[in-house]
Design a protein around this ligand. Structure first.
Ligand SMILES: [Fe+2]
Length: 367
């Protein structure tokens, strides 16, 4: 990648193609204390107020800087490395982390250990990297007093509050007085598909678990849907196309969202899965189309519920699991309440929290 100059025109040469850089694009990026706030790196001028006919009167280039006199009297030295970074047309930090597909054969999950000043350490950076690769991570030894989970969430970014509050308690008692406190198994699902937007990341913190069952289960929705695409393309396709209604009703709120079970990016790559078959309502489509849809949902459900893709593990006291609710499905195995208590606390954060922290730590440690 090279920046080149020829008769007051600036070019970007990638080795494969040479393209002229628009003078206005460069003018928008002028720096110096008159034009750019040192601390925030935000512009002190509004480029939409400039004339569109910006051109270059004079330019010089060396290894580090491109110095330009623009026709509106402004002179600026632009950092060539900074310009080069901008030639990527999409996120270069998060999207460059490869998603690693996994199934039940996944072994040696690396655990992280909580310690003082954890959120500003290189280990936190490694943790976030691992989170983006696998869609989940487990951290040991997280304090359990005073709803520490909220403090934890707010130390990465900001807790995503919902109508359930800042956090929720998943409590079981030997003598349950509410269905929420049952000890039944929970099939793999994603949380809150009826919200818009769906909470991105769920944190689950084990405060106390004295039961032998109640294992946490995880399934990689990315692995499963890529497999479905490979082997049953027509089933995959309809699940990416049909938008179904997810609905949740409570005393003072009615939450609804229309979305496909498998959502893709513009380039048809994986974006998000939603799966909560107790809450989804497919619209009345033609009978043939519904035939295919039901066949597809059943196949997807069989795969999500298959031993082939599921990992099971016990969350011990003080363990905190952080999982990608747009990528992974989670559940639990049943357990015996007479054995003792099982008490977990949960909350949500969104991608801006993890992405913001990851970019900050990358900058801080020069990685
Ligand atoms: Fe859940």
């Amino acid at each position: 990648m090279k920046i080149e100059l020829n008769q007051n025109k600036v070019y970007f040469n990638s080795g494969k193609e040479k393209r002229e850089i628009h003078p206005f694009w460069l003018r928008e990026r002028v720096n110096g204390e008159k034009f750019l706030d040192k601390g925030t790196q935000q512009r002190l001028f509004d480029p939409t107020f400039l004339n569109n006919d910006i051109s270059i009167d004079k330019a010089n280039i060396n290894e580090k800087y491109l110095e330009i006199d623009f026709n509106d009297g402004v002179n600026s030295k632009l950092d060539i490395d900074k310009i080069a970074v901008e030639f990527a047309s999409e996120d270069t930090v998060i999207k460059s982390i490869p998603k690693l597909k996994w199934d039940s054969s996944l072994e040696n999950i690396k655990n992280f250990e909580y310690k003082e000043n954890f959120f500003e350490t290189k280990e936190m950076y490694d943790l976030l990297l691992s989170f983006y690769k696998y869609g989940f991570i487990i951290i040991k030894n997280i304090p359990t007093s005073e709803n520490f989970i909220v403090k934890f969430a707010n130390s990465i970014g900001s807790v995503r509050r919902t109508n359930f509050g800042e956090y929720f308690n998943v409590i079981s008692k030997p003598d349950p007085n509410d269905l929420a406190y049952t000890s039944l198994s929970l099939a793999p699902h994603t949380d809150n598909p009826y919200r818009n937007p769906v909470p991105c990341i769920q944190l689950l913190h084990c405060i106390e678990s004295n039961v032998s069952g109640g294992l946490s289960t995880l399934v990689d929705g990315f692995t499963v849907t890529e497999e479905l695409k490979k082997n049953y393309f027509d089933l995959y396709k309809i699940l990416t196309e049909v938008k179904v209604k997810f609905k949740f009703i409570d005393k003072d709120v009615v939450l609804e969202s229309w979305a496909p079970l498998i959502e893709l990016n513009e380039d048809k790559s994986f974006k998000q899965v939603r799966f909560s078959p107790r809450l989804d309502y497919v619209p009345i489509l033609e009978k043939d189309k519904l035939d295919l849809y039901y066949k597809a949902r059943k196949k997807l459900s069989e795969m999500y519920n298959s031993d082939k893709y599921r990992i099971e593990f016990k969350l011990f006291n003080k363990d905190l699991m952080m999982m990608d609710n747009h990528r992974l499905l989670h559940g639990r195995t049943s357990y015996e309440t007479k054995e003792g208590n099982r008490f977990l606390q949960g909350c949500y954060i969104d991608y801006d929290s993890t992405e913001g922290k990851l970019r900050h730590l990358k900058r801080k440690f020069n990685l």
